[in-house]
Design a binder for this molecule. Structure first.
Ligand code: NAG
Ligand code: NAG
Ligand code: NAG
Length: 369
């Protein structure tokens, strides 16, 4: 009898044993992030993780999970994506986004998108419903109309806060630091990189890896400027055999270095882990082209990589019952997930959280930040 029970439980166990432990990893931008804005941004990061992870434990695809996490951050005005995106020099919102499925390498990218609440979902529609991989500017509008996606009235994505900051940049805590050759940097209020690009990478129980990135770009950018976020191999990439990556930072630098692909190449050809590859590629970028950036990676072994060469990067992930997040160098805050009461978990920021000395913490993360 006992033997039969063991035999049966073995059968019950096998399918579970074969499924991969899902992970949802997000970032909320790299750069110089004002300390005072961290608590509210952490709330956003954690809520995005909660929503995406919920899909993963319901056996949904990593594609659904990264889209959901990014959609949430697009709605949150504390991030530079969707609602609350920075403004161009003409005072308009122009957004870029990309999503990629590491299972079959299908992808959808959009750039210079206006008046759409969720560019990441538009990118997914491009992937699934269009013959193209990449649509830009007015082409995205035509496609959105064809697909029945709501076009918002002009200005609907601009919260009052953005207008104020745009008008009086001196009061912003974020130092104007965006400088690239060829642009007029004599007036720092004209062209500025603001952290707050959002991205997500996930691995689901099937072992499929997906990546998604969405951004409003840089403040005061000229009409039509496109950064790294929607460019596969620069800001976004996913390939089950190697890794998924979402990058963030100075687009003009990341673009010329192909940061996401540089990370994949170190995993594929040098046998590095997601963490080692992310660190190594960003250090190489710093040396070869400069700029300020960070990236999040999940490799084919289901290992997380988090690293930034900027002053800060907002990041967070959930694996099993643990949520870890941080923004400053060496900062890793760890909380137990409270699935029964998401609200109390959200309110715990600054109350029950602790900054754990990174020498004591999970080596793979702490080496990174
Ligand atoms: C998810 O899949 C596992 C096996 O892979 C199964 O045991 C579980 O019941 C599934 N959960 C849901 C919500 O479908
Ligand atoms: C995920 O992987 C499985 C094979 O392991 C495949 O059948 C499935 O279609 C994939 N899902 C997606 C969304 O690509
Ligand atoms: C692009 O769309 C705008 C409306 O947002 C319209 O005014 C403009 O004429 C369009 N341009 C082209 C080339 O279709």
């Amino acid at each position: 009898m006992k033997f039969i029970f063991q035999f049966v439980s073995l059968f019950l166990f096998v399918p579970l044993g074969n499924s991969i432990e899902p992970i949802l990893l997000v970032h909320g931008g790299a750069g110089s992030i004002a300390e005072s804005t961290l608590p509210t941004r952490f709330i956003g990061v954690k809520e995005a993780i909660r929503r995406g992870y919920e899909l993963l434990i319901k056996n949904k695809s990593s594609l659904d999970a990264v889209e959901e996490a990014v959609r949430y951050l697009e709605d949150d005005p504390n991030f530079n994506a969707g609602y609350g995106s920075v403004l161009t020099e003409e005072g308009e919102v122009e957004m870029d986004a990309a999503i990629m499925n590491g299972y079959d390498l299908s992808a959808g990218c959009v750039a210079v998108v206006k008046d759409i609440a969720h560019p990441i979902s538009l990118a997914r529609l491009v992937m699934e419903k269009s013959k193209s991989v990449f649509l830009a500017a007015n082409g995205t509008r035509k496609f959105a109309l064809e697909q029945g996606v709501e076009i918002l009235p002009p200005g609907a994505l601009i919260p009052d806060k953005t207008r104020e900051t745009n008008e009086d940049i001196e009061e912003s805590n974020i130092p104007p630091r965006f400088k690239i050759p060829g642009y007029d940097t004599s007036n720092p209020s004209v062209y500025e990189y603001i952290p707050g690009t959002v991205g997500a990478v996930a691995i689901d129980i099937y072992g499929n890896i997906s990546a998604a990135t969405s951004t409003g770009g840089i403040r005061g950018k000229p009409h039509g400027r496109v950064g790294d976020s929607p460019i596969l191999g620069s800001g976004t990439i996913a390939n089950n055999r190697i890794a998924g990556v979402s990058a963030t930072g100075d687009g003009e630098y990341i673009l010329r270095f192909n940061l996401a692909q540089q990370i994949l190449q170190r995993i594929r050809y040098e046998g590095k882990s997601g963490q080692e590859a992310t660190e190594d590629a960003l250090n190489a970028m710093k040396e070869e082209v400069g700029g300020s950036a960070g990236a999040i990676t999940i490799d084919h072994n289901g290992e997380v990589g988090i690293f930034f060469i900027s002053n800060q990067m907002l990041w967070g992930y959930r694996q099993g019952n643990l949520i870890r997040y941080g923004a400053n160098k060496g900062q890793v805050i760890e909380e137990e997930a409270d699935d029964n009461d998401g609200v109390s978990a959200l309110q715990s920021v600054g109350v029950s959280t602790a900054v754990i000395p990174f020498s004591l913490m999970y080596k793979h993360i702490c080496n990174a930040i």
